[in-house]
Write a protein that binds this ligand. Structure first.
Ligand code: DQA
Length: 143
């Protein structure tokens, strides 16, 4: 089983970016934790971050047929990118959406996810552990 982890805009700054909201763990450490879990579950994992909507969309197109599942934190694109939503809907790959923060406890513009209707489910509010929970949920969906 092959899983692609996609981190959206500004997640390259994890650890230094608003640590009270997003935690002190950097992106490399987060990816390492995910890789550790993936090894335990005997799945292959690749992690990718981009600040560009179009790059994420092109990657989703490119990997169709190559990956079984996508674990995605779309960052702010969550709330407005119909193009990213359509990309996920266009490929036959199961996806799970994750957020470090609880987007429903924050500003009202974060309460809506345009991505949620095209993914299997969403995990929000557990810091880095949202990704771990999301990974397990995705693996379970794919089995
Ligand atoms: C986020 C929540 C988004 O609202 C925000 O724009 C992010 C990170 C999260 O992981 O909590 O960049 O997706």
């Amino acid at each position: 089983m092959k899983i692609l982890v996609l981190h959206g805009p500004n997640l390259n700054l994890l650890g230094e970016r608003e640590p009270d909201i997003y935690g002190k763990m950097g992106l490399d450490d987060l990816n390492e934790k995910l890789n550790d879990e993936a090894k335990k579950m005997e799945v292959s994992l690749d992690c990718y971050q981009s600040n560009y909507e179009g790059e994420l969309i092109e990657l989703i197109h490119k990997v169709r047929g190559e990956y079984d599942g996508i674990l995605i934190n779309p960052g702010a694109l969550t709330h407005y990118s119909i193009a990213l939503r359509d990309a996920i809907a266009s490929v036959d790959i199961k996806a799970v959406e994750v957020h470090l923060s609880n987007i429903y406890q924050r500003e009202s513009f974060r309460h809506k996810s345009v991505i949620a209707p095209v993914v299997s489910g969403q995990v929000s509010g557990f810091g880095y552990y949202s990704y771990i929970l999301g990974l397990y949920a995705l693996i379970n969906e794919l089995k």
